[in-house]
Each structure stands twice: as C-alpha cells, then as structure tokens.
Design a protein around this ligand. Structure first.
Ligand code: ATR
Length: 284
C-alpha cells in the first residue's frame, strides 16, 4: 500500500523534499507518495489541510515557511512537542504516534549530523552563530546537546539576540546551564572553531559587516544553491566551508526516520539525486 507524505508551505513549488524523500524510499524499498501541498497562509486553512491529510490516512508531514510556528501552536494545543521543537518554537515534522499528534523539529539536528558527517568536531568547540531569527533559534539546543563548549550569538540587532537567549534560558534547563554570549555582528571578533551564518542575508546579496579580527577553522552557511559571500570571505582566510545543502538532506533523513523507522544513507541519497532521471527535476 502506498504511504502518503507531504510538505505544506506557501510558496511550495520550489521544494526539493519530494525528490529527497523518494530517494530515501528507494533505499528502503518503500512505496511512497510525497506531495507538495500549497496552503493559504491563514491558520484556519492550515489546520483544515493538516487535519484532512491525517484523517485521510497520511503518515507524515513536513512543515515549511510560513507555517512552522502555526504547527508549533497546533501541536501545543492538540498533541505533543519534542524537546527540539519546544526549544525551537517551531515544528517542521508532524506524525501520529500511539494516536497522539507529535510535532518535532529536525532542522537543528540535521545541521549537527551534517557537520559530524564531514568530521567537524563539535565536542568542546567554540561556536559563533550570526543571526537571531528562527533559523538560529532552531540550532542552539542540538549544538549544545552535541557537546559544544560555548556559543556566541551575534546579530545586527543586539536586543534580538539578547531576547532570544533570555527566552531560551527561561524555557530550557540545558540551555540555561550552557555558556552562551551575545554581541552585535560587527563587534564579533576572535578565533572560533566554527562560525555559522543563520541570517537570511544570502537571499539578498548584501554583505555582513564582519570584523577583520574574526577568524575560524570552519564556516557554515545554512543557505545553499547559490554563491554565498559569507563562505568566500572565510575561504579567503583559509577556512574549510560548507553550504547548507547537507542540512536540508539531514533534516529530511531525520523526518523519514521518525515516520518509517528507516535510517537513510544521506550520502547515497545525494548521489542518487545526481542521477539525470531524478536529478533533472531535482536541480531545476
Ligand atoms: P529566519 O527564520 O530565516 O531566521 P528571520 O526570523 O527573519 O528569518 O531572521 C533573519 C535573521 O537574519 C535576523 O537575525 C536578521 O537580523 P535582524 O534581527 O537584525 O533583523 C538577519 N538579517 C537579515 N538581513 C540582514 C542584513 N542585511 N544584515 C544583517 N543581518 C540580516
């Protein structure tokens, strides 16, 4: 029997998730259909679509922009949240377990798994994260759980970084006990093991005001698919760099694991996505 999945968002036509999950399903030998579901942006429509999907026998849904917070609210009222979803304040993965709707967030652990797969050492690492929006928020607990020594959260608007840390500390004991500092992006300086760009600046072509005194061994941009000035900046300073494509695959693999119990081989899927049969549609 075909197992049904979907990703709900607006816009959604660009989503690569159907091809990624098809590649995982091929590995698992599972018969799936994974749909892109466009939805009007109001909450009533979102809830109606989610309920229709699960009432109709759907197994699992991914949630993307602009619905991740709505999915969080819905699960808070009608289901359960994983620790990562609770800390992130956002849900990207929905499914039923023992008749309870579960809202999880696999984005941050997807980033961690991608870094570990590249042999980037996280245990004891000093990390800087630039950005204090939803993307930054979602990676903080998984990085702490991975054993990093410290996190410096830098943002253009300092008060947003401070508010984010205060809010996370208030709601999560692990984060409360962690070494987390904040500063303005232009004041971020010193040498870090890893610097992560969690701003949305890659979409605009603007450049971050990075200080000359800021260096790192490794630089990671959560964006992917185009040339990223943030990565060139640190490449020129001798750092190893990565874009966020592996994070996209990593979060998808974790959703697939929650839904099916199958741990997909992300590198094998990456190769499969380069196959012209799938790849034509994938890279477009
Ligand atoms: P997301 O959910 O992707 O994190 P967001 O919540 O809108 O999106 O957050 C965007 C982040 O990118 C913020 O940290 C924002 O900085 P501000 O809090 O100061 O707005 C950062 N950002 C976006 N454009 C930027 C720019 N041109 N320069 C510096 N930071 C930028």
């Amino acid at each position: 029997m075909t197992a049904h999945f979907m990703v709900i968002g607006n816009p959604i036509a660009h989503s690569k998730s159907p091809m990624i999950h098809q590649a995982f399903a091929n590995q698992a030998g599972l018969d799936i259909r994974y749909a892109r579901q466009l939805c009007p942006t109001d909450e009533a429509s979102f809830i109606a679509v989610i309920e229709a999907f699960f009432n109709g026998g759907g197994i699992g849904a991914n949630v993307t922009v602009p619905f991740k917070q709505m999915a969080f609210d819905y699960c808070q009222k009608n289901g359960e949240l994983s620790n990562n979803a609770a800390a992130a304040g956002a849900v990207n993965t929905l499914y039923y377990k023992n008749e309870v709707l579960i809202g999880d967030n696999t984005d941050g652990q997807g980033l961690v798994n991608h870094m570990l797969s590249m042999d980037w050492q996280l245990t004891g690492a000093n990390i800087a994260i630039i950005g204090a929006g939803g993307a930054a928020r979602g990676v903080i607990l998984p990085l702490i759980d991975a054993g990093v020594a410290s996190i410096t959260l830098a943002n253009r608007t300092l008060v947003k970084a401070q508010d984010l840390i205060a809010d996370l500390r208030e709601n999560n004991a692990t984060i409360k006990a962690a070494d987390i500092q904040s500063c303005e992006t232009s004041a971020l300086t010193g040498d870090f093991d890893i610097i992560i760009n969690a701003t949305s600046i890659g979409l605009t072509g603007d450049k971050l005001p990075l200080s000359d005194g800021l260096t790192c061994s490794k630089a990671y941009d959560m964006m992917y698919g185009k040339s990223l000035p943030f990565l060139s900046h640190f490449e020129n300073k001798g750092a190893v760099t990565s874009d966020g494509f592996g994070m996209l695959l990593g979060q998808a693999a974790l959703s697939f694991l929650l839904w099916t119990g199958f741990a997909a081989d992300v590198n094998k899927a990456k190769t499969a996505l380069q196959d012209p049969a799938l790849g034509d549609r994938f890279w477009r």
